[in-house]
Write a protein that binds this ligand. Sequence first.
Ligand SMILES: Cc1cc2nc3c(=O)[nH]c(=O)nc-3n(C[C@H](O)[C@H](O)[C@H](O)COP(=O)(O)OP(=O)(O)OC[C@H]3O[C@@H](n4cnc5c(N)ncnc54)[C@H](O)[C@@H]3O)c2cc1C
Ligand code: FES
Ligand code: FES
Length: 1355
Amino acid sequence: MIPSEKVVPGDIEFSSKLAFYLNGTRIEINNPDPDTTLLQYVRSIGLTGTKLGCAEGGCGACTVMISSYELKSRKISHYSVNACLLPLCSVEGKHVITIEGIGNVKYPHPVQERIALLHGSQCGFCTPGIAMSLYVLLRNNPYPTEEEIEECFDGNLCRCTGYRPILDAAKTFAKPSSHQNNYEKEEKIIANDNLEDNKNVTCGRADCCKLRIDANGKIGSNKFPKVKFKEYDPSQELIFPPSLMNYIPVALNFSGRKTMWFRPINLNQLFYLKSKYPEAKLISGNTEVGIETKFKKMDYNVRIFVGDILELKTWEFQEDGLLIGANISLTKFQTILRDACKHYKSYQTQVFKALLFNLRWFAGNQIRNVATPAGNIVTGSPISDLNPIFLSTQTKFILTSLSSSSSSSKNSRDILATSFWTGYRQNCLDRIEILEKIFIPCSKLGQYVRAYKQAKRRDDDIAIVNSGLSIILDEKSIVQEASFAFGGMSGLCVRAPISENFVLGKFWGDEKVFMALLNKLSEELQLSFSSPGGMVAYRKSLVSGFMYKFWYDVSKCVGIKTSVSDEEVENFVGIIERQVSKGVQLIGQPNEDKKIVGKSIPAISALKQVTGEAIYVDDLPKQYGELYGALVLSQKAHAKIIKIDASIALEKSGVKGFFTAKDVPGDNKWGAVFRDEEIFASEEVHCVGQVIGLIVADTQAIAQEATNLVKVEYEVLPHILTIEEAIEKNSFYHIERRLSTGDVEKGFQEADFIFEGETRIGGQEHFYLETNAALVIPKPEDNEFEIHSSTQAPTAVQKDCASMLGIAANKVVCRVKRIGGGFGGKETRSIPLPLVLAVGAWHLKKPIRCMLDRDEDIIISGQRHPYLGRWKVGVSKEGKLLAYDLQLYGNMGWSCDLSLGVLERAITHVDNCYYCPNVRIIGKLCKTNIHSNTAFRGFGGPQGMMITENMMSEISDRLRIDPIEIREKNYYLEGQKTHFNQILTDWHIPALHQQIMELSDYVNRRKKVDDFNSKNKWRKRGLALIPTKFGLSFTVLHLNQAAALVHIYTDGSVLVSHGGVEMGQGLHTKMLQIAAETLDIPLENVHLMETATNLVINTSPTAASVSSDINGFAVFNACQTLSERLKPYREKMPGKSFKEIVLTAYLDRVNLSANGFYKTPDISHNWDKNEGQAFYYFTTGIACTEVEVDILTGDHTVIRTDLVMDIGRSLNYAIDVGQIEGAFVQGVGWCTIEETLHFPTGHIFTKGPGNYKIPGFRDIPQDFRIYTFNGKYSNLKTIHSSKGVGEPPLFLGSSVFFAIRDAIKAFRLANNNHKAVILCSPATPERIRLACEDEIVKKAHVQKKDDEKEWILAV
Ligand SMILES: Cc1cc2nc3c(=O)[nH]c(=O)nc-3n(C[C@H](O)[C@H](O)[C@H](O)COP(=O)(O)OP(=O)(O)OC[C@H]3O[C@@H](n4cnc5c(N)ncnc54)[C@H](O)[C@@H]3O)c2cc1C
Ligand code: FES
Ligand code: FES
């Protein structure tokens, strides 16, 4: 037991020592700081495997396991938590296991080994968190089902992999499910020779059935190679520390820099403390308070942790309902509710089932494992997932406090949920009261209760609107009681009393009454055009949609016959359920003459990444004297800076300095192409988030607090945010791009039809899991600077840093070991952070580090450009393109950055795969006051192609010709010229089209989709086939060059360096494969340390999907040189080892170091003349996707995607398939759920995973089939005939968008709406629902009043 000491208050004995176990070792900390999170602590002691991705519980990168012993049940429970939200002080008496505790590179845990070997880790930043989620599942359930495995990841995100390989790896632990059998059966029909693929994954158990199949030697030649893993033996897991089983809890009290922490161990202590400190904040799961303190900057100086009070975690099945302690975890609550469903009679369980439904979609596992009903109720969020159900079901809250008259007696009162909340996040709790228990009544005979929730993403997302609907009917289905509660329709969850009263006494099955009820609800739950939360028409339509589902569901349950068949009702009243996902990867044949190149070797760092041993910038050990930098950012979209006053900040203890433009020793200007940005804004700010100053302090916490003390006075100037505003105000960048071919006017004259339209595409946040980070180390001796940066462009960092400091480039080295994802977002926007830190380091002569918080990163670093295309197209009556005229507008933000290049690529990609003889394009860049938009995977190409594909779809709508026919009819043919005058050779799109038609069984599936649609009014399926062509080369000529440096040491080991950065795309692995192949040595002999500007110089950024092409050739050339030098020795010394040969050559004074260089031949495009070859070659692909849309909510699921990609002869098929899947899923996110939004003030709204949703594990196609094309190439002169694959597949994600569009079209046609579908990207649930244009949507329309402004804007 921990020795305890007496502290205030009263006679409670408090200890000031925190004791717990960490990876099996006992830890004791004296008086820890209550503001420290578990994540901060473990990282501070060197356990850097646990990552920080968001600090708001939204990404799972920080997942660790907590084990605790429950005295009452004598059971050990293991649960995953988000260490970023969990206060360190709350782990007293528990066992914390981090990724380092389960295995290491030498002895990996089976979870780690399988994720690594099955290609489940790309950049690796998410991987430890993902491994921990799986680990926790196995600790609780060593033989999970595939469904349980998918569910265990609902609180984890990965931006690289597209999830399939992670799921495949995880499912090796699953017990085989019936689903798997169906899968195999289906495969026989669809892709006969692929059958063995599904059996290619072993579970690692000695008796694995799949191993037996392997033993029969049935593995095909065009599959990933067989992988054998360590057997999983649950008995070998780290034990729970026996001493913790005898742990006797003690009261704790800690005092930190700002905060005091109490941990009472029983209710009496809690009541006492709450009466003593009425303003104290109770802390339970900290999932709400953690967000308030971190992001809303709320200070709670006294905190009382209630998470270890057993009386608040009790439950009881009473005669008429369930009584639960208010602070049970939501996970436990789910278990209790499931038990209640078994305990009570079926009719009594309606409320419990409704709660279970919403809890399934409540956050992710890590949050549910610690968050509590009390936390949710007391917070009173208007979109709480529990409160609408409590509101509609007579749920009571028991509030208790210490009596003011006697310190030993308690006051308790019951209050109905309907009376508890009093306003926006306000309730009737007295200052010293706590919520002790919750009584949830059983449902009555004749009562029907349902819960509904619609969010942007189904997993781990807060509701847009949710509801709890309850009705009590008598035996004649006359309504006796009604309670309809909604969240998301006001500042608090509300009931709809007028509508409830309206149905009282009426027959539930009367369709006229139902229609009138919808009208009543619509009148009662009003929203104004500018209501907070936006999406007003959609929110109103959801209210009706939920009621629609409820009415039909209840009618069916009581046997009322409606105009809709029971089968159809069954189909639409629930949510869209998805199957366990599955996948096929049919890969091409590696070149037979190659030993290493072409093989599906796992990424060289995979095991390091999954064990947490891989080092990213913020994992670097602390330097001597290191300080932390925090940024002072502009809070205005456009303003003059009148005054900057940092005097108060500088007085704060621990602050070492404040730096602004005047402190820049050299040039304060930089720019990716044109030097149009200030490193520190000096006189004027042009967007919210522009850097004004840098605070340097001893710690991150002090530095960040001090930034809030810097006062900046502004004179506000008018600002422009959207493309439309920029067009209206003629706010364009001074350079534009034009391209034309043929005679557009003549084309229009010859056309049978001319159509005009507009396509709007939103931006996209990169959401790499590792935010921008840098560590700048000054070396005063020679005024040198060493910079560790998470950049895709080390040379640019080096060059700009030197110019800003006014020193030569040879004094600055930039090093990059690896980065946690980039996707273009770290090509240029990674540069300002190290520059800003370098100013501080210059003056203070101390190392300075900063890793941006997720919200800072999003605010500062720019996104994919939103685009608007205005087009006019002339077509023949058969649908042949004859001419189009296109105006393209990109929202570049406040500076040019790479926007011109992005525009050029958009222009050169608008043709996608379609020939049109007469084309005219004008591209303009809109200058606005948002962040500077930048490169993002595809670099404008996807925007260009999206505009054309929308145009093609509208042509199909208007001509009433099948979209596939229109597309196929217009495909380029071999030898035709693009609109930028490049002749297409090795053109395989028509062949790919034929393949996908067969592989996807398109014709039959089209019939099935049509059949489904004819039988279902409110559920529609859609099918789409979309091709892509992507040009490979930097559009800036000089960037198409690369160098490499290869050393052979006398022990035969080889060190390879090249100019590319490893960001998860497997570049280093491919480069080592090329080196080993060329030198004809085993892969183990070659090594790569880092990318550094003193190893390989003047490098191009790692971008444009050409890094393998150009660096690959550079490495090859260097190795060729060395091979040539060694050739005589190899010939002279047959049978001798490489080491012996090398040593002999060395003794013979042969240079064993070589530089390799490569520049891409043949390319040079002149924009003015529209001549010369723009791209070295094209990577092409095609995808066919089927979706199902829930018309009443706008929700959708991807049923199946088949994708064929022409990637030449891959250098590493596993890595390239990973790129295809990852890019596809990123593309799906771009055009479905990822919506970036701004407030009219210019502040970005979507600045973290809470509001900005990237696809999760259950957003990928349920059935995801990847095929690589085995083409013949006469003109492909790339390294080993491989093709760039990083960006090209992204656009194929739009097949989901067009399948959704197809489903909407089916619904509209069924309702006699033949107008062309106008659907902006992304197709969010809101946009899908509104595009249906049915009666419900029309009634939900909200009229804008003259003075009203939208609450939120798509820029
Ligand atoms: C990533 C993420 C996802 C989320 N997803 C959802 C979601 O899908 N749906 C949803 O509804 N919410 C969601 N939330 C919000 C939050 O998780 C819930 O509101 C949760 O129930 C809060 O519980 P907690 O124990 O963590 O509360 P805490 O943060 O510990 O406390 C919240 C408030 O409750 C008070 N409190 C706690 N216990 C008591 C008590 N016994 N008596 C009086 N006051 C008390 C605290 O003082 C504080 O004011 C999400 C949050 C995060 C971070
Ligand atoms: S860092 Fe904790 S969930 Fe993202
Ligand atoms: S590997 Fe998952 S985020 Fe990069």
